[in-house]
Ligand binder design. Structure first.
Ligand code: SF4
Length: 365
């Protein structure tokens, strides 16, 4: 299983390299070494080129350049913030919902995000990929559970595998009758778009199951010309794409940034799918927004872009209880106002329009 090609020799992995490239300050080096001893660091040339070293608040740097704030763990933070371990029947599988499983093939990524919810499980020093035995055990588990309709390849980043190995895995999964959907979660098209070669695209297509790709990106600047071309290569080959983003303080926690990101996805023919509330991963409090702010951003976004550009704002409930939509609700029961008397059952709802104005539903005659 360990056919992983970490081919980007120029990827920056050491704090000293970040300093040498002007992406971190020499004064911060002792702290950054401490962070790097605990959590993986990798910044690909494509991502490094996006960072403006002169901007101390650069939204790309904030996602990938380590910070001393990661050394501060807050109450409630957890090494397994979304409860993967509570639903892991065999190595490599997370079976949280009846009709789908996560299949965690590899534990390495092209880049390491500073807010990663699996930061204690990915990176050098962890096993890079499932052993052959574990891989076969995971396949046996999927074969034995006919309710599994969708297999979600995640990790780590599955597109770190070679096209040949990925093709073998896709074929193994598609050969299972009840597996109809194979979804791949990846950051590679933005972090290292050259990996999306013709061979990789061919490997993603398989007889017997539909492939979907979910792209993780958090700022419109990540959708460079090369990233857009990588996505277009997959979509033109008949692979539909959806997006997932994380709401991040100082990266996309303002409506203009979110609007630009969602518009960029749709321009690339990628349907916005999830906006995740930041998980309680250790040392990530400085990057988390509040739920109230996230809800306000979703209200603001609804006033500015079409439904095509709207993601679901979701929270993974700590403990492994799954995702819940936490976007603002637009419909509520109307309480009778003083002097209004008994509520007319026909006008018992209040509904909020995209400008924030409130209406009764059905309208009063
Ligand atoms: S690419 Fe995904 S798994 Fe890898 S570090 Fe980023 S968020 Fe974590």
């Amino acid at each position: 299983m360990s056919r992983i090609n970490l081919k980007s020799a120029a990827t920056l992995r050491e704090p000293t390299e970040l300093v040498a490239h002007g992406l971190a300050s020499a004064a911060d080096l002792p702290d950054l070494e401490k962070v790097a001893a605990r959590y993986a660091v990798a910044v690909t040339p494509d991502i490094a080129a996006l960072i403006d070293p002169g901007d101390p608040d650069d939204p790309i740097a904030r996602q990938f350049i380590p910070s001393a704030e990661e050394l501060v763990a807050r109450p409630g933070e957890n090494a397994d913030p979304i409860g993967d371990h509570a639903h892991a029947p065999v190595a490599g599988i997370v079976h949280r919902y009846p009709d789908r499983v996560l299949f965690k093939l590899v534990h390495v990524c092209a880049v390491y995000c500073r807010f990663c919810f699996r930061r204690e499980m990915v990176g050098p020093g962890k096993a890079t990929a499932l052993s052959s035995n574990a891989y076969n055990g995971a396949l046996d588990y999927i074969r034995a559970h006919s309710e599994i309709w969708e297999v979600i390849l995640t990790g780590g980043d599955p597109l770190m595998l070679s096209p040949r190995r990925l093709g073998e895995i896709m074929a193994d999964l598609a050969a299972i009758d009840h597996v109809k959907i194979i979804r791949i979660h990846t950051r590679v098209p933005v972090a290292d778009p050259a990996r999306i070669s013709a061979e990789m695209v061919a490997a993603l297509k398989v007889e017997g199951a539909a492939t979907w790709v979910a792209l993780h990106a958090n700022h419109a600047r990540e959708l460079t010309r090369k990233a857009r071309a990588a996505c277009a290569a997959m979509i033109d080959a008949g692979i539909p794409m959806v997006s997932q983003s994380v709401l991040l303080r100082g990266v996309n926690d303002n409506v203009a940034a979110l609007e630009a990101l969602m518009r960029a996805f749709v321009e690339c023919r990628i349907k916005p799918y999830y906006l995740h509330h930041g998980d309680l991963a250790p040392g990530t409090a400085h990057l988390r927004a509040t739920l109230e702010h996230g809800q306000q951003l979703m209200r603001d976004l609804r006033g500015r872009v079409s439904g095509l550009c709207q993601p679901d704002y979701v929270l993974d409930i700590p403990g492994g209880y799954g995702k819940a939509p936490v976007g603002p609700s637009y419909l509520s029961q109307a309480n009778s106002s003083p002097g209004e008397g008994e509520l007319d059952p026909e006008t018992r709802y209040r509904i909020v329009d995209y400008c924030g104005d409130v209406h009764r539903y059905p309208p009063k005659p």
